[in-house]
Design a protein. Structure first.
Length: 87
């Protein structure tokens, strides 16, 4: 199963990304225009896959000892397909 340090790292990274999203929402509201909102949303959307990939890799390294190799490969393929599908 996950070690505490892996789970803590995953939670911390997701918390940071949550703060980034809340900050972006604040700035979208603050600027109040659709153009500024689109720019801010584009920035947040472009860094989203980095957070997703990082959290997935940390999770895989934490759970690698309890997962079979073919399941790890399926998770990696799924991660790549998600990233490609959302481009």
């Amino acid at each position: 199963m996950f070690s505490l340090s892996s789970a803590l790292a995953m939670a911390a990274i997701r918390a940071v990304y949550g703060i980034v999203n809340f900050t972006a929402a604040y700035f979208i509201y603050r600027y109040g225009t659709a153009e500024a909102g689109l720019r801010i949303n584009a920035i947040v959307g472009s860094i989203g896959p980095i957070f997703f990939t990082t959290v997935t890799i940390i999770g895989l390294t934490g759970a690698a000892s309890s997962l079979q190799v073919h399941k790890i490969i399926m998770i990696i393929i799924g991660m790549v397909l998600i990233i490609l599908g959302t481009r």
